[in-house]
Design a protein around this ligand. Structure first.
Ligand code: GLN
Length: 553
C-alpha cells in the first residue's frame, strides 16, 4: 500500500457544537485502521490561543498532554484512545499557531514587498500543516482533519477555505467531505426535523463545500424517508446520509457507524479497496462495558466536578479499567470545597475507592486533604494524581509526621513546612504558556510496591504537567514515619510515586496515568486501583452479610 497517494478526509460540524465530531473522527480513524490502512488524525482549532494550556477548564475542559510535551485539545485523547497511536504537536493546529508562524516570518522579512493576507498566506499555512502529516512518520494512506467549531463561525472561515481549496487541488477521488449535523426530535410533534441540517449544508455550500457524506446525530432511528428527504435537499445520495444515533458508550459509536457501512462509503469515495474491519475486540469491549458482572463506587474529589469535560481522560481510564475488571465504575463526584474537617464520611463514607485528580489553585485543597486522611485511616483504596499526590504528601506530613502546618509552596510562600515546593528549573520562569514540566519522562520503580505489581516493570514512561514537586528536604522525615517513595526520576532527584504503608492500595503519582490508558489496554495503575476497589467492595459486602446474620443483641 506504500505506493498509494495520501487521501484526505475533512470532517466539519453544523447546527450546534458538542455533537461528537471528535468521536466521529476517532471512530473513522479506528475503522480505517482496522481495514489495514495507515491513518493519522488532525484537529484544527480556530481559536487564537497558541494552545489550550493557558485556558481554564470552563473554557476548554481537559488539557490533553502528549509525549512530546504539547498541550492539546481533548479530542486528541479520543484519537489516541480509538486509533491506539501516539500523537504529537503536529496533530493539533490552532489559528494562534498559524498566525504566530506567519507573523514571525513577516517580521523576518520573508514576505518582503508583499501584503500578507488570509488568502493565500493563512490558507497556504493551514494546507501545509495538513499535508505535513502525510510524510511525518512514513507514508499515511488517509489523513482525517477535524475542523473545530460549527459552520457559520467567523473564525473557522480560513480553515473552511483551506479545505475547499484542497478539494479543488486534488483529484475527486482524493478527498471526501463529511458533515456532522443534528436531526432534532421534537417531542410535541413526535417528529424528527431535517431543516437545521438543510440550513447547515446550505451554509457549507455557500462557502464552496459540498459534503459527500452526512453524519446525522439523532436520538431516534433515521427512517429511509427522512434520509431521502435530507439527501434530496442536501444533494447527497440517501445511502450517504448516515444515522449517528445516541450511544450509551462512546466505544459503541464505530460499531454503530459500521452498521450503516460508513467506512465503505468513505473508501468508495476515496477509491480505496480494503478488507472489511475485524471489530471483534471492540465488540467484546462494548459488551463488557454495557453488561459488567459487578458495580463499584469510586469518588472523584475535585474542584470542577460539575464540569465532566475537565476530567475526560480520567473518566475514560475508569471505563477501560472497569472493563478489564468486569465491573462498572460508578463515579461519585464530590466537590472538595464541601468537605470540612472531620466531615469526609458524609461524602465518601460508602465508596470503594477515592481518586484525587490533578489541579491548580488552593480552592478546595483542604477538603481533598481531609478526604485522603479518611481513606488512609479507613484503608479504602486510593489513587492520587499530580495535585492529588501533593495533597497526599501534605496529609501524611500533617497527620502522621506531626508537621501541623505542612503545605504546598504553590499556595503559600511563607511556610514553615513547604513539603511541596517549586522545581528548581521553574524558579525564573515568568511566561505561563508551555513552560511547565510537560510530557513524557521516565520513572524508576522499586520492586516492593503496588506500582511495580501494576506495571510489572521497573522503568516506565509517563506524561507530566506540573511546576511543583515533592520537597526533597522532607524525604527523610516522611519516610522515617513510613511513607514510601517508590518511584523516582532516573537521577533520583524527583519523587514520582509515593505509597502509604499498611494499606490495601494507596498510590499517588506526580504524572498523569489517565493520559496513556487505552480502551483495550487499561492503564496498569487504574486497572489495579479498580481491582483493589472491587476487592474492598466484596469484603465490605461479606462483612455486612455476616452482620445481618448475627445481629448484635
Ligand atoms: N498545580 C500543581 C503543579 O503545578 C499540580 C499540577 C497538576 O495537578 N497537573 O505542580
Amino acid at each position: 500500500m506504500a505506493d498509494r497517494k495520501t487521501k484526505y478526509v475533512f470532517i466539519t460540524g453544523g447546527v450546534v457544537s458538542s455533537l461528537g465530531k471528535g468521536i466521529a473522527s476517532a471512530s473513522l480513524g479506528l475503522l480505517l485502521k482496522k481495514r489495514g490502512l495507515s491513518v493519522n488524525i488532525l484537529k484544527l482549532d480556530p481559536y487564537l490561543n497558541v494552545d489550550p494550556g493557558t485556558m481554564n477548564p470552563f473554557q476548554h475542559g481537559e488539557v490533553y498532554v502528549l509525549d512530546d510535551g504539547s498541550e492539546t485539545d481533548l479530542d486528541l485523547g479520543h484519537y489516541e484512545r480509538f486509533v491506539n497511536q501516539s500523537m504529537c504537536s503536529d496533530n493539533n493546529v490552532t489559528s494562534g499557531q498559524i498566525y504566530q508562524a506567519i507573523i514571525t516570518r513577516e517580521r523576518r522579512g520573508d514576505y518582503l514587498g508583499a501584503t500578507v493576507q488570509v488568502i493565500p498566506h493563512v490558507t497556504e499555512e493551514i494546507k501545509k500543516s495538513i499535508k505535513k502529516l502525510a510524510t511525518l512518520n512514513g507514508h499515511v494512506d488517509v489523513i482525517i482533519s477535524e475542523i473545530g467549531g460549527t459552520v457559520g463561525d467567523i473564525e473557522s472561515l480560513p480553515f473552511m477555505e483551506a479545505i475547499r481549496q484542497m478539494g479543488l487541488e486534488n483529484d475527486d477521488h482524493d478527498t471526501v467531505f463529511i458533515h456532522l449535523t443534528l436531526v432534532p426530535y421534537i417531542e410535541a410533534a413526535g417528529e424528527l426535523k431535517t431543516k437545521p441540517t438543510q440550513h447547515s449544508v446550505k451554509s457549507l455550500r455557500e462557502i464552496g463545500i459540498q459534503p459527500q457524506i452526512l453524519l446525522c446525530r439523532t436520538a431516534k432511528t433515521l427512517e429511509e424517508s427522512i434520509r431521502k428527504k435530507i439527501g434530496l435537499f442536501c444533494s447527497v445520495p440517501s445511502r450517504n446520509v448516515i444515522e449517528a444515533i445516541d450511544a450509551s458508550t462512546i466505544y459503541e459509536v464505530p460499531l454503530l457507524f459500521e452498521q450503516h457501512e460508513f467506512s465503505d462509503l468513505v473508501l468508495e469515495k476515496l477509491d480505496i479497496q480494503a478488507p472489511k474491519p475485524d471489530m471483534t475486540e471492540w465488540e467484546d469491549l462494548v459488551s463488557v462495558i454495557k453488561g459488567p458482572s459487578r458495580r463499584i463506587k469510586i469518588a472523584i474529589c475535585g474542584k470542577y466536578v460539575f464540569l465532566k469535560d475537565a476530567y475526560k481522560s480520567i473518566i475514560e481510564a475508569f471505563t477501560h479499567a472497569g472493563a478489564e475488571n468486569d465491573a462498572r465504575v460508578d463515579l461519585v463526584w464530590v466537590s472538595s470545597e464541601d468537605i470540612k474537617h472531620g466531615g469526609a464520611a458524609k461524602f465518601i463514607g460508602d465508596v470503594d475507592g477515592l481518586l484525587i485528580p490533578g489541579g491548580f489553585g488552593e480552592r478546595g485543597v483542604e477538603g481533598k486533604i481531609e478526604s485522603i486522611r479518611y481513606i488512609r485511616e479507613n484503608k479504602i483504596p486510593f489513587l492520587g494524581i499530580c495535585l492529588g499526590m501533593h495533597c497526599a504528601t501534605i496529609e501524611y506530613a500533617r497527620n502522621v509526621c506531626g508537621l501541623e502546618d505542612a503545605h504546598s509552596y504553590e499556595f503559600y510562600r511563607d511556610l514553615k513546612h513547604p513539603v511541596i515546593h517549586l522545581m528548581a528549573d521553574q524558579e525564573n520562569i515568568t511566561e505561563l504558556g508551555g513552560t511547565m514540566r510537560l510530557g513524557a519522562y521516565p520513572a524508576i520503580i522499586e520492586k516492593d510496591s503496588f506500582a511495580y505489581k501494576a506495571y510489572g516493570e521497573t522503568e516506565v514512561s509517563e506524561r507530566h504537567r506540573h511546576r511543583y514537586e515533592f520537597n526533597n528536604e522532607y524525604r527523610e522525615m516522611l519516610t522515617k514515619d513510613g511513607l514510601k517513595l517508590v518511584g523516582m526520576s532516573p537521577d533520583s532527584k524527583l519523587v514520582e510515586i509515593i505509597e502509604a504503608p499498611d494499606h490495601p492500595w494507596y498510590v499517588a503519582v506526580q504524572f498523569h496515568p489517565e493520559l496513556k490508558s487505552r480502551p483495550t489496554r487499561a492503564h496498569p495503575l487504574f486497572r489495579d486501583f479498580v481491582a483493589a476497589a472491587v476487592k474492598y467492595n466484596k469484603q465490605k459486602s461479606e462483612e455486612n452479610e455476616i452482620k445481618a446474620k448475627n445481629p448484635v443483641g
